[in-house]
Design a protein around this ligand. Structure first.
Ligand code: HEC
Length: 100
């Protein structure tokens, strides 16, 4: 019985550890980190559209994403934003909105 109780405790501890890892992995993908990694190369750390409302930023990103026959840098931005989930795109837009 004691052995059983101990292994339940162990499984609980392992579960908590896993949950902790998931939280860390998520926060490593913050809007700031994604912006720095994926966007700042073209738009700089201080983009022309910093501080804009989140909705306007999302509309701008969508406009580029859906541009037909994009070429050059716009086509490369399309490749970049295509890989992002709506949640990721929104957290990047929220980060840009907070830039002064
Ligand atoms: C390879 C270069 C490149 C990368 C990487 C890139 N962009 Fe862009 N971005 C552009 C270009 C070029 C335009 C202008 C497209 C056009 O209107 O012809 C643009 C336009 C925009 C606009 C619209 C601005 C407006 O006035 O409507 C937003 C917002 C934007 N980018 C955000 C982002 C975000 C966020 C990322 C990262 C996820 C990103 N971009 C990655 C090149 C890039």
């Amino acid at each position: 019985m004691a052995v059983f109780a101990n292994s339940v405790k162990l499984m609980l501890a392992a579960g908590l550890l896993l949950a902790g890892t998931a939280v860390v992995a998520y926060s490593a993908d913050s809007g700031e980190e994604m912006y720095t990694k994926l966007c700042s190369g073209c738009h700089s750390a201080s983009p022309a559209f910093k501080g804009k409302p989140v909705d306007g930023l999302l509309a701008g990103i969508d406009r580029v994403k859906n541009m037909p026959n994009a070429s050059g840098a716009a086509a490369r931005m399309q490749q970049t934003v295509k890989t992002l989930s709506p949640e990721q795109t929104k957290s990047i837009a929220t980060y840009i909105n907070g830039l002064k």
